[in-house]
Design a binder for this molecule. Structure first.
Ligand code: WTA
Length: 700
């Protein structure tokens, strides 16, 4: 290792240095009055000077050597690369020239190198440490946990890979995964990448309609699913939803084979049937194939996976990540942000169907050879102690969760935390939404007992891995601040009016990133043009995150939330347009405007204003039933997590003279700021505003 890589940190129990050997952290002084002191724990890595040195080595004109070294040291390559990176973010001139999609894209990292992500996540650890636990599977019912070793993982992944091959899957094909939080979901992902297939995982909380759209968009010929899911003591009819999605694909259905995991052993779920020739049980198929499958040699820039996410418009975007750069970003962030060492047991409580699950349940921890956790249940099943029972039962060392979960558990009271032995924990992470200082402090005091590093990690589906975050031990934290850019990230606060980066501290604007980093998305599946227009056109020469942000007087970055039409409910990202489209599918709905309002528990909540068609008759007595119907409509079209908290049926919506709905006004009214609407001169019929104010005020 060179001197610009963060130094010291050693694992006490095993004595195998994963980071360079050296002394313990010495930064204990509390530099800023209002900062949280660095915890004194044995596994923290560098101090702020080491961070600065490493960060400056990881960006700028001389960073290729830094990245080349990281890539060679941490990943196993089949063929070494000679080119570290090519491409960049298009400048204004380049965008004007309108070359398709842009002269500086595509972005590539390690492009002439070859590797296999599954080999990196499984084989190399299975050879070195076959009996090490790769996955702790904490099933929905307490007591039903399982430990899956690296050797077992290699065997199961190989078998499923062979099954997929038998279904005709080859390098470059897409496979859709619609699975509950079982350890076999991890197997499904890795089996795809073992044979060079690109997986497209769809969160199992999505509806049949959402699954259908995602299958059609990437044209998967194979779907991997399960009979049922289990969550919070209840069953979810996963296969029934999958069947419905395929039925709804109609004649365009590309899926030829469905591989079905028997999670609950239910063969009699209502409406479920096996389609002969199409559906096969996972365990039966795996029993009939060899236990080993060789890995496919992939170019660093070959597609690894597609993951659909929401943007400003209604149609979800299939974000494409590629092999070498993504895997390196995932691995390095687990290593440094969570200060992971051999023997650690890493736990990310997200769902594998979202990017956090992809990167921090599967690829990051497993590429590093760590023990990872698949948690099937909820924070409150069977009681609000579930997380803490799980931590103490397995001796988890890192715990990565969401502000919504922390807020919920805080509300339920610290008596659920206090009787559990949480001394194994060293790092507590937060992701998905801004964490309010009250929640941060509770997490720190009651879970971390004031001794753990708290890492508020900011990133996105598109960034692939964490981009703004504290590093345990190196960066003093402030409750609510994501703090500093990770290695390779040149974060800039850009003035939205002039489009120019704001220099110095004490500034606020939109968050952009200068220059590509290894794990940035490479394109939107099948739509390079939209990729350029969404992320690079708004601020030429930059990647635009869509988030507002400030840099405080100490140079720390604070994330302020989305500046576009994206709503973030409990860390679930959706566009207002998606919810509006779902409502418009109801035959009585004429017009709708969806907005996000602040919510104490979920961060934001979906609020919908709806007008009905004149011919659709309803009266005040049937209104509650209609509201219920509209909420159900959204649940059915998108999924339960997108259900509006409030639906206001109104006679008209405030519009400009050109007919554009003025959402700003609706946002204010729904947030209880109806008396601070400001200038209404742009509204064509201001009396509409009064009617809506009355409606919201009278709503229960
Ligand atoms: C938000 C989730 C504040 C942000 C990894 C971003 C955050 C969106 C944080 C991406 C954080 C994520 N503080 N906001 N620490 N982390 N966000 O693609 O608005 O599901 O743009 O990725 O979540 O959501 P996504």
């Amino acid at each position: 290792m060179t001197s610009n890589i963060p130094p010291p940190a050693r694992h006490d129990s095993q004595g195998i240095p994963m980071h360079a050997p050296g002394s313990r952290l010495t930064t204990a002084t509390n530099k800023y009055k209002d900062t949280h002191p660095v915890p004194e724990k044995p596994h923290v890595s560098p101090d702020i000077e080491a961070y600065k040195a490493a960060h400056s080595g990881s960006v700028g004109p001389h960073s290729d050597a830094w990245w080349a070294e990281q890539a060679r040291e941490n990943l196993t390559w089949i063929k070494d690369f000679t080119i570290v990176r090519t491409g960049g973010f298009p400048s204004e001139q380049e965008l004007k020239e309108n070359k398709s999609p842009s002269p500086t894209l595509p972005i590539t990292w390690f492009t002439d190198g070859t590797l296999n992500a599954c080999y990196n996540c499984v084989d190399r650890h299975a050879f070195a440490n076959p009996d090490k636990t790769a996955i702790i599977y904490e099933a929905d019912e307490p007591g039903e946990h399982q430990y899956i070793t690296y050797a077992m993982l290699l065997n199961e992944v190989s078998r499923v890979a062979n099954v997929l091959k038998g279904m005709g899957i080859k390098k470059g094909d897409t496979v859709t995964i619609y699975m509950p939080m079982t350890w076999q979901a991890v197997v499904a992902f890795l089996a795809c990448v073992r044979i060079g297939a690109i997986h497209s995982a769809v969160f199992a909380g999505f509806s049949a309609e959402s699954l259908r759209d995602r299958i059609l968009d990437c044209q998967s010929t194979v779907l991997i699913t399960a009979d049922e899911g289990r969550r919070g003591g209840r069953s979810v009819a996963t296969k029934v939803i999958a069947d419905q999605a395929l039925k709804e694909c109609g004649d365009a259905n590309p899926v030829k084979h469905v591989l079905v995991l028997s999670r609950t052993g239910s063969k009699t779920v209502a409406g479920q049937h096996f389609t002969p020739g199409r559906d096969v049980w996972w365990h039966e198929a795996c029993a009939n194939v060899p236990a080993y499958c060789p890995v496919e040699e992939m170019s660093s820039e070959d597609g690894l996976f597609i993951l659909y996410t929401s943007g400003s418009t209604g149609k979800p975007k299939g974000i494409l990540h590629t092999t070498g750069g993504y895997l390196l970003g995932a691995l390095l962030t687990v290593k440094y942000v969570f200060d992971v060492h051999p023997g650690d047991k890493f736990a990310c409580m997200a769902d594998v169907g979202w990017i956090t699950g992809h990167t921090y349940i599967i690829y990051g921890p497993l590429a590093l050879g760590t023990t990872t956790t698949v948690f099937e249940s909820t924070p409150v099943y069977p009681s609000p102690s579930r997380y803490w029972e799980t931590v103490s039962k397995h001796g988890l060392t890192q715990f990565y969760s969401s502000p919504t979960a922390v807020r919920l558990l805080r509300k339920l009271g610290h008596q659920h935390v206090q009787d559990h032995d949480l001394s194994s924990l060293r790092v507590l992470g937060s992701v998905g939404e801004p964490i309010n200082p009250e929640a941060w402090n509770w997490y720190n005091e009651h879970v971390g007992k004031g001794e753990c590093a708290i890492v508020d990690t900011y990133w996105q589906t598109e960034t692939g891995s964490i981009v703004v975050t504290p590093l345990p031990g190196a960066i003093e934290t402030k409750p609510g601040a994501a703090t500093v850019p990770f290695f390779g990230i040149e974060a800039e606060i850009v003035d939205p009016l002039s489009g120019k980066p704001l220099e110095g501290n004490g500034v606020e604007g939109v968050l952009c990133i200068k220059n590509p980093w290894p794990s940035i998305a490479r394109t939107i599946w099948g739509d390079d043009k939209r990729f350029v227009e969404t992320y690079f056109k708004p601020y030429p020469g930059h990647y635009f995150t869509g988030d507002g942000a400030a840099r405080d007087e100490h140079g720390y970055i604070w994330i302020k939330g989305r500046v576009d039409d994206v709503i973030n409910v409990s860390g679930h990202r959706m566009s207002t347009a998606e919810v509006e489209s779902a409502l418009l599918l109801h035959n009585g709905v004429a017009e709708t405007a969806v907005i996000g309002t602040a919510d104490e528990l979920t961060g934001q909540a979906v609020n919908a204003f709806v007008t009905m068609k004149p011919e659709f008759s309803f009266d005040p007595t049937s209104e509650p039933a209609l509201v219920k119907e509209l909420v159900l409509q959204v649940r059915k079209i998108i999924g339960p997590f997108a259900a509006p908290k409030k639906v206001y049926i109104v006679s008209d919506l405030p519009k400009t003279r050109s007919g554009k709905i003025v959402r700003r006004i609706l946002r204010k009214i729904a947030s209880g700021e109806g008396d601070q609407l400001g200038d209404l001169s742009t509204v064509a019929e201001p009396e509409v505003v009064e009617v809506i104010k009355k409606k919201v005020a009278e709503s229960p």
